[in-house]
Write a protein that binds this ligand. Sequence first.
Ligand code: ATP
Ligand code: MG
Ligand code: FE
Length: 346
Amino acid sequence: PLVLGIETSCDETGVGIVRGHTLLADALASSVDQHARFGGVVPEVASRAHLEALVPTMQRALDEAKVTLADIDAIAVTSGPGLAGALLVGVAAAKGYALAADKPIYGVNHLAAHVAVDTLEHGPLPEPAVAMLVSGGHSSLLLVDDLTNGVTPLGATIDDAAGEAFDKVARLLGLGFPGGPVIDRTAKEGDPASIGFPRGLTAPKDLAAHRFDFSFSGLKTAVARWVEARERAGEPVPIADVSASFQEAVCDVLTAKAIEACRVNGVRTLVIGGGVAANSRLRALAEERAAKHGIEVRVPRPALCTDNGAMVAALGSRLVAAGVAPSRLDLPADSVMPLTAVSVTG
Ligand code: ATP
Ligand code: MG
Ligand code: FE
């Protein structure tokens, strides 16, 4: 099927077009620069930016794919989770296009779309698979038997998301926003073994109740304390070493738990999605550790890991192909949509 996907859950306005597993267009407009001076995404600013960017982004995607709205088989749109006002812009636009062009509409789950996008790069996902979703707002391990039917949560962060930890640590190091890409770059100049930052929820007593859960807030605090102690002593802060050691702590825990989840569930495929999946160290360490257990790691290219319209189209395409019924035209924007709902039905 030829499916168009619209994404507006946070600060990226994305319109993607796919045919089956083939990516035809992925147009993106970001308001990230408008949020930078606030150190985080400002919901009102994001909504306004989506409103201004949506129609031109839609036109760019159609041009890039060399198709018209009339050619499209279905329109998919992020229904949630995300910022309520931001989601509303995309959902309202999708309804308008669906109504005007008389096309079925699929309200889909943004997090499931972060998992589905890998099919555009590596083809159909072998199932069952374990999915690790690591983004600005989420860090979860999921068992995926059939993505069109929902996913089974194995564990999640009990405090900060992995991307949030990158953003907060970058901020305290004065590296700017968003923190992930800049820490990834800065860490390349540093020694990941120079500072032993804590690995959250990996002690035997924590593993009993939190085997597949994560915690990054203690790590963030440990980095803050370490930097403060340096400054108090009047010594320079080795930004690259701190970045590399922090990044290593995050990637160590994420990959260890993801691979353990595969082993325990007898699963041979690990798919990683979400903005933090763009991290170069996470990708390398996951590959290295998975290879030892005969597990295949699937991570799409960095541009498909962060928010985009193609991921929404990819999930829509999978739902259409599986014969899942479209959503009703009055589908909601659901800022707290649970992962058990892959699309809006009924
Ligand atoms: P969610 O998907 O949970 O709703 P979101 O849509 O804001 O949240 P994404 O766009 O998927 O999140 O990811 C953004 C996050 O990814 C930010 O926290 C950013 O710092 C992080 N990130 C992006 N690139 C990298 C990288 N190379 N290394 C680490 N983190 C990264
Ligand atoms: Mg973003
Ligand atoms: Fe996201």
